[in-house]
Design a protein around this ligand. Structure first.
Ligand SMILES: Cc1cc2nc3c(=O)[nH]c(=O)nc-3n(C[C@H](O)[C@H](O)[C@H](O)COP(=O)(O)OP(=O)(O)OC[C@H]3O[C@@H](n4cnc5c(N)ncnc54)[C@H](O)[C@@H]3O)c2cc1C
Length: 307
């Protein structure tokens, strides 16, 4: 990784406005985590292409952040760049077969468009916090459906700063995951198939899914949603409940009373507190059921300091 001066002279030469030592805790829904060395929120794609080329040729690490709804970021922060698409231009339009959407749309705004335009099929996404990019990267889903079921193709900026169009067949989706041959793709827009519906029907179905969701999880504390993936023959929440972990806490990080697979931040929890709770849950599940629970939440940065 080049030194600070080289990075700064590149940014200056290219007139790229980048923030340093940027507090990421505000960008995560669990409200914990340290700083990014550099935080970039480009207003246009050419600036991002230039930065990617520089990062790639200098082997500088970077990460893409959406709404931060599925992230646990080390209290010691993230080295290199964190890139947010929040200020890039947004477009959404619906054709006869596909809905084409920029990935920096929030899921809420995306579904509002679907409601207004009678775009059906995707209502199961109601209430999942995140951006469309985050939904695709996580293969988000609920009630037996996932976004991959509807994905047709995705436009990406690769690590060399080149635009590519990837068909769904080039992407390998599995449970809450997408595997790519190369990591570090930045999704810019996607085309999704949909069911033809009407505004009233789509709105009603969104409301029904939202209602089902609020009966599952009642409290409003900061959280990143499910901590662990379900297995093919078990629900992580049920395993944790049977381990007696509801209400267990480290500092202000607590396993929710109403949903054992949710960790909530009841106040001033640190990422280390949350991490310790994750380790405790894994230990108990291993001891009692011989199951190794796999985190669904993405861990960013170094956690080796947590003892
Ligand atoms: C209360 C609550 C309920 C939840 N319920 C559900 C649920 O029912 N089902 C479910 O699946 N999830 C659920 N989640 C988890 C979360 O909402 C999803 O994983 C969501 O898809 C994350 O989107 P995001 O934009 O916040 O992504 P982030 O958390 O910011 O990032 C997640 C991953 O996506 C990558 N990413 C984000 N944007 C891009 C992009 N443009 N290009 C490339 N990579 C990108 C990031 O690099 C990271 O690896 C819940 C979370 C909360 C807080």
């Amino acid at each position: 990784m080049p030194n600070k001066e080289n990075i700064e002279s590149f940014l200056k030469a290219e007139s790229l406005e980048v923030e340093q030592n940027y507090d990421l805790s505000y960008h995560t829904t669990i409200k914990t985590g340290g700083n990014a060395d550099y935080y970039f929120s480009p207003k246009d794609l050419p600036s991002l292409k230039k930065l990617f080329q520089f990062l790639c040729s200098n082997k500088i690490p970077y990460k893409i952040i959406g709404n931060g709804s599925n992230l646990l970021i080390s209290d010691r922060g993230v080295r290199g760049f964190v890139i947010s698409p929040e200020n890039l231009p947004r477009k959404i339009n619906v054709g006869s077969n596909y809905i084409h959407v920029s990935t920096n749309f929030s899921n809420d705004k995306f579904l509002n468009f679907c409601k207004k335009n009678g775009v059906g099929g995707l209502e199961f996404l109601s209430g999942i916090p995140g951006t469309v990019g985050g939904l695709i990267a996580m293969n988000a889903g609920a009630f037996g459906s996932t976004i991959a079921d509807f994905l047709f193709d995705v436009n990406v900026l690769d690590a060399q700063g080149k635009m590519q169009n990837l068909q769904k067949s080039q992407l390998k989706f599995d449970y809450r995951n997408i595997e790519l041959n190369m990591s570090d793709y930045f999704f810019t827009s996607a085309r999704l198939t949909y069911d033809k519906s009407d505004s009233e029907k789509t709105t009603k179905r969104c409301d029904q899914f939202l209602k089902r969701r609020t009966t599952l999880h009642l409290n409003n504390y900061p959280t990143f949603g499910s901590v662990f993936k379900n297995g093919s023959d078990y629900y992580a929440g049920r395993i944790l409940d049977q381990c007696g972990l509801k209400g267990a806490s480290v500092g202000a990080a607590t396993i929710a009373e109403d949903h054992a697979n949710f960790i909530i931040n009841k106040g001033d929890a640190t990422s280390a507190d949350v991490y310790k709770l994750i380790k405790l849950a894994q230990k108990k599940a291993k001891e009692k059921f011989d199951i190794h629970l796999q985190p669904e939440v993405k861990l960013w940065g170094d956690f080796s300091y947590v003892k």
